[in-house]
Design a protein around this ligand. Structure first.
Ligand code: FAD
Ligand code: SF4
Length: 508
């Protein structure tokens, strides 16, 4: 008997494992372990959705005739660690070999390297067969400085996989349509009703309670995320038919009445591997080619860039520069995460909305994560470890390989610029341009140093002033420093005073 371990984010039913001959020799194993639930405290919906998806995968395997073994979190025999549980199974089934798919997280990658020693049998790793680039290829690509620029990396993959290409040239003559994709949403066009799966997770919830797993965030006995392949494909189809026509235009928009807007909500399904990125990209490309009367290139390219570009790119950065990005703290920030991240309560309308959305849904879209919450964590000088822990815990799609480069590098610039070229910080101006948050806010979006001035304004200019030595030689910051230099000494002094007051009191 050969044991094949399947992790909770490896629910890929198209893996070549399942078409190999002699299936009677294989025991597929899935397990819920405290080793994973207790890494950090996580959102209730994240854990229940993952476990529901794993349980559904196991049932499907059984229904298709595979031999599958499932260990629930509350079972008395559960040793709560991969290695300890595997040890028992190897002995019980007289297994001669254990096979696994490369974990996406470095922590487990290192641990599984030692499995053979612990288990005393042959242990063989396999590719997860999910991403556009294999792990080996990613490490090779990462050796070249040119590929470390997202735009170059993305163009390389567009060419390699022939996506939106005509005779090795980008379709419509341009690689990037970002400039067309920065619209504010004011209620028009109407947003189609979101697809809602309402998967019953009550059994998972009762097992979690029995096992004493601590979670945070809103609790519910139903999960709206797609938890199996069928639902993931439904979500994809729903997206391309209903939301893609407006995706690009409104991808940066935010609104008090809407969280998803025209976003796909595919990240959980993708990260759990219920659907493959090439399936998503090809569906979008295909739909675009057949409906070019309804969908412009900027919508299709804007979306494909997120998957073929950003998603593969952050993984490349993760696997090539893990040690540096995991511990980086470029600005030496030391503060705790502001309370609003845990309570959703703040006089700052934008921050309150985005934190509340996250705590309620285990979801926020990219600009909420980057330009409101991330921006706020950085400007309040939060220690990047605290920011990482919150982001890894709160979102249903959060796995370290994708969360860490996005949070620590892109949003906190704690890597000092390995991934991004400048910190993503802004004043109220950007938030007001892209949302209606400022309309009903207690703070004044226009001023910088009054007692009711928007904290983003005071903190932004203070951040530039304080970190001048670290940032002013950055060519992309030149314009910003030219503006700082226009402040009179009195103005700058008042900004500093107000920002220091805010940072000291932390009552936002
Ligand atoms: P859409 O806007 O519809 O985009 C489509 C898909 O593109 C997403 O499903 C996702 O798979 C991919 N994508 C888009 N942007 C990125 C990106 N920057 N990196 C990787 N993939 C991307 N994404 C995660 O999957 N897990 C995380 O833990 C995560 N943490 C983030 C933390 C911060 C601070 C930021 C700024 C972004 C983070 N992202 C993360 C990226 C992005 O915000 C989410 O993928 C997206 O919001 C998920 O919603 P969606 O499926 O509706 O995405
Ligand atoms: Fe956010 Fe400032 Fe606008 Fe209020 S005024 S919503 S705090 S950006």
């Amino acid at each position: 008997m050969v044991i094949r371990l399947i992790l909770g984010d490896q629910l890929n039913s198209n893996h070549s494992w399942f078409t190999a001959p002699n299936q009677e020799h294989y025991l597929y194993v899935l397990m819920e372990v405290k080793q994973e639930t207790d890494v950090i405290q996580q959102h209730f919906k994240k854990i229940t959705t993952f476990f529901a998806a794993m349980r559904s995968f196991h049932k499907n395997l059984q229904a298709q005739g595979y031999t599958s073994f499932y260990l629930k979190i509350n079972e008395a025999t559960n040793k709560q660690s991969f290695a300890e549980n595997l040890k028992l199974l190897v002995s019980e089934y007289h297994a001669t070999e254990v096979q696994y798919q490369f974990p996406d997280d470095y922590r487990l990658y290192l641990e599984f390297k030692k499995l053979s020693e612990i288990l005393g049998v042959k242990v063989t790793p396999y590719e997860s067969e999910h991403f556009f680039c294999s792990l080996k290829e990613l490490v090779e690509l990462g050796k070249s400085q040119t590929n470390f620029l997202m735009e170059n990396f993305y163009r390389f993959l567009r060419r390699k996989f022939g996506v939106l290409m005509v005779q090795n040239k980008p379709l419509a003559g341009k690689w990037n349509f970002d400039a067309d994709n920065r619209k504010r949403w004011n209620g028009d066009p109407k947003i189609p009703k979101a697809l809602c799966f309402a998967n019953d997770v009550s059994e998972v919830v009762s097992d979690l309670n029995e096992a004493g797993i601590q979670t945070f965030g809103a609790q519910s006995l139903a999960s709206d995320f797609p938890i199996n392949r069928e639902q993931a494909l439904q979500q994809l189809q729903y997206f391309v038919e209903n939301l893609l026509p407006n995706f690009g235009s409104f991808q940066d928009a935010m609104h008090t009445d809407e969280t998803l807007l025209f976003h796909s909500n595919l990240s959980f399904a993708l990260n759990a591997k219920l659907v493959a990125p090439h399936e998503v990209v090809h569906s979008v490309e295909d739909y675009f080619y057949h409906h070019s009367d309804k969908i412009s290139i900027s919508q299709a390219e804007g979306f494909i860039r997120q998957i073929l570009g950003w998603r593969e790119y952050v993984r490349m950065v993760y696997w090539n520069r893990y040690d540096e990005i995991k511990t980086g703290n470029f600005f030496n920030h030391t503060q705790p995460l502001p309370a609003v991240f845990w309570t959703g309560k703040s006089a700052m309308n934008c921050v309150s909305h985005c934190a509340t959305d996250s705590l309620k849904n285990a979801y926020a879209h990219h600009i909420q994560r980057l330009m409101v919450l991330g921006n706020f964590a950085l400007l309040t000088e939060t220690h990047p470890d605290e920011t990482d822990a919150w982001y890894l815990g709160v979102y249903a799609d959060a796995l370290e390989w994708v969360q860490l480069p996005n949070t620590r590098c892109m949003s906190q610039f704690a890597d000092g610029g390995i991934l991004g070229t400048k910190p993503y910080v802004s004043t109220a101006n950007y938030i007001d341009k892209m949302s209606n948050y400022c309309t009903n806010c207690n703070y004044d979006k226009k001023t910088k140093y009054n007692s009711d001035s928007c904290p983003f304004n005071s903190l932004y200019w203070y951040f530039l002033h304080k970190n001048r030595a670290k940032l002013q030689s950055n060519i992309r910051m030149k314009m910003m420093y030219a503006l700082v230099d226009k402040f009179s000494p009195m103005e700058l002094e008042r900004i500093i005073e107000r920002a220091e007051y805010l940072l000291l009191n932390r009552n936002f």
